[in-house]
Write a protein that binds this ligand. Structure first.
Ligand code: KG4
Ligand code: ZN
Length: 331
């Protein structure tokens, strides 16, 4: 079933065409340069740029896929969570297309998309443990079947990507911060500064990053003032250890055949390496999306949308956008 997927929850507008789980095209209009001067995403700029990019992005996606709009059999779009203005642009466009062409429509939860981005190029084996780690999420799920997500833990404050971004901003490294911190960290000593793994009382599978972020800010005021690379390497090591710790605990507590890690932070090289080591130790397969599918993309939305639509599980066109909605809760 040829499905058009639209992702617009933050500052990227991405459209993709997927057929039988195969990605025929994935086109992303990024806005990094529009937001860079502000050190973060400005919601109103994001939604206005999306509005301008809708038609050219769709045209390019159809062209790359070598298909006309007539061939599209279903439409999917991210409906939650995210910046509401941004979500509404992609969602409304998707619903209008579905309405005008009489096609089935499915709203897709952004995190569900991220989780399945790992399976654009791999086969799933249940049950699996999934860590969604991005600018807005640090959530750990236990997945027994498609659409069945049990939340095991989450951050109690900042998301891991958000912590990377805030520390990078303070260091003048620009936005998004994760890749910049990773680059700088290559030249630094990861043991130069201590970043203890935070423990959330009574919740061993929860994470917390605000303490680490504050510690980084304090080091930067004093001992790390002239040691940016050492600070970047040490902070990154702290985040990687915190994420690996919760994954290890979850794998000890639950039987799992795969460990899936998705979202922007899953691009991080040292995190990928540490999780590969953990997976080998525990005898589970580590499943990671290709780097191009770690960041927000339409392919993951089209992929999940196609699976629901093939099962006949469409949404009514009255589906609204939601800024916050945990995965696994009915919209
Ligand atoms: O999934 P994503 O594109 O958007 C959200 O849904 O948030 O993730 C973006 C986040 C940003 O916080 C960015 O700094 C982080 O992912 N990120 C990284 C890396 N690449 C992107 N964090 C650490 N290391 C990276 N290489
Ligand atoms: Zn995302």
């Amino acid at each position: 079933m040829l499905v058009l997927g639209i992702e617009s929850s933050c500052d990227d507008l991405s459209m993709s065409l997927v057929d039988q789980g195969r990605v025929l095209a994935n086109v992303t209009a990024t806005q990094t340069l529009d937001h860079a001067p502000f050190g973060g995403v400005v919601p109103e700029i994001a939604s206005r740029r999306h509005l301008e990019s809708l038609e050219p992005t769709l045209e390019l996606a159809l062209q790359k896929a070598g298909r006309g709009l007539d061939a599209v059999e279903g439409v999917a779009a991210t409906f939650a969570p995210g910046l509401v203005g941004s979500l509404l642009v992609g969602l409304n466009f998707a619903k209008a297309l579905a309405y005008a062409r009489g096609l089935p429509f499915r709203g897709v939860h952004h995190i569900e998309g991220h989780l399945w981005s790992a399976f654009l190029e791999n086969e799933e084996r249940y049950p699996f443990l999934a860590l969604a780690v991005s600018g807005g999420h640090t959530h750990l799920y236990y997945v027994r079947a498609f659409g069945d997500y049990e939340i095991l833990g989450h951050t109690v404050d900042d998301a891991a990507g958000e912590a990377f971004d805030k520390v990078a901003k303070r260091m003048g490294l620009g936005f998004p911060g994760g890749p910049a911190v990773e680059r700088l960290a290559r030249e630094g000593d990861a043991k130069a500064f201590d970043f203890a793994v935070p423990q959330v009382k009574g919740r061993p599978l929860h994470t917390s990053f605000s303490g680490m972020k504050t510690a980084a800010m304090e080091y930067l005021e004093g001992p790390a003032r002239d040691r940016a690379a050492d600070l970047a390497a040490s902070f990154q090591r702290g985040v990687v250890r915190a994420l690996t710790t919760v994954c290890r605990r979850a794998l000890e507590a639950r039987p799992a055949r795969q460990l899936v890690v998705a979202g922007g932070v899953a691009c991080n090289g040292p995190l990928r390496a540490a999780l590969a080591e953990l997976a080998a130790e525990r005898g589970v397969d580590l499943v990671l999306p290709a780097p191009k599918y770690c960041m927000d993309n339409g392919a993951m939305i089209a992929f999940v949308g196609e699976r629901y639509l093939r099962e006949g599980r469409s949404h009514p066109l009255t589906l609204n956008a939601q800024a916050r909605l945990p995965l696994g809760v009915a919209p």
